[in-house]
Design a protein around this ligand. Sequence first.
Ligand code: ADP
Ligand code: MG
Length: 395
Amino acid sequence: MSERLFEELLDETKRLFVEKYGVAPQVLVAAPGRVNLIGEHTDYNGGFVFPMAIERCTIIAASPSAASSATIFSNNMGATADFPLDPDVAPADKVEWTSYVQGAISMSVKKGAKAPGFNAVINSNVPLGGGLSSSASLEVAVATLMEELGGVSFGKVEKALMCQQVEHVYAKMACGIMDQFISALGEKDHAMLLDCRSQESKMIPLTDPSVSVLIANSNVKHALTGSEYPERRASCEEAARRLGVKLLRDVDLETLLASKDKLIDEENGDRLFKRAFHAVGEDVRTLKMADALVAGDWETVGAQMYASHYSLRDDYEVSCPEIDVLVEIARNIGMEGGVIGSRITGGGFGGCTVSLVKTDKVDEITRILKEEYKNQVGKEATIFSTRPAQGARVL
Ligand code: ADP
Ligand code: MG
């Protein structure tokens, strides 16, 4: 199924290249999107995240040209733009698709990629703006293309860090390191346990083909005043300050519980405590889930996912009714019906849930989720299954 999706995307990309430029492409690269299995809102607290690359990716087809710049068509945007191979192109005021591409080109050139002018086609089957990091897959794909055309190798970690800078500087998004790391370093049949403080990563095998990952998009995104995310960050920083540590990562659960009164006051009530309790507890759950996966202890794996969800719902307060419905439907199907665990994934207030499910039950679970979600919420959920995929590569 997913092999087929990839082949279709690849064939389409090659065909578009020939249509546009009249020759076959000489270079093909791909970089995947991602889903986070557990470890939510831990990155800026220096904690652990546990993403995996999905079987959806951005493919770029390219060939050197006689020009001194790059001409690139994005099939997803239905637009072509010209990109100078110049390390000093300033970020545009208004962020557009070209911002990601120009950022990755300029930073790659700055890092020593001596690419000639080239023609290219970008084509992606990661949903754009769907919380599965189409942006990181685009940045990492462009950087991988620049390595190939420019005769250099940045190293995977360096490439990921560079692409994070692209997102910060050119897309003006102050993201953590997760998305670019997993897109660059992902491995087939593995999830990545990433320590956001040390930036060390460890690949955790998820080789059992009888288990799949089901991603369900609620197709809601609650418009917020933009105050929610800054509040969570500020609360965590304030909690860390009161506990006398730099990051909440540096506090264990016992210490946190023993210091509860430092985080409760008239002005904030127990808000700071609840935020910290999520952040600290989520690290414990993430490590526990990684261990349980290795041991094939599915009960424990599922328990961590549900506990993570309820913590995000009740203590961190970043879920929403539609997402809660998806998780409860999955939970009601239960282990007997093939659902190991389920939770919200991503920043919150809408977006997707991630569930671990039995591969032979994927169709049935998908059917129930769609039907029940429609009944209860009145909306369509978009659902697909995947296995952990390979990170960025030259094809
Ligand atoms: P997400 O990363 O969750 O998909 P973002 O808002 O961070 O959502 O990134 C989406 C943006 O990235 C798009 O609006 C577009 O500007 C850019 N982008 C991603 N993939 C492509 C693509 N294949 N072609 C052109 N632009 C893309
Ligand atoms: Mg993004």
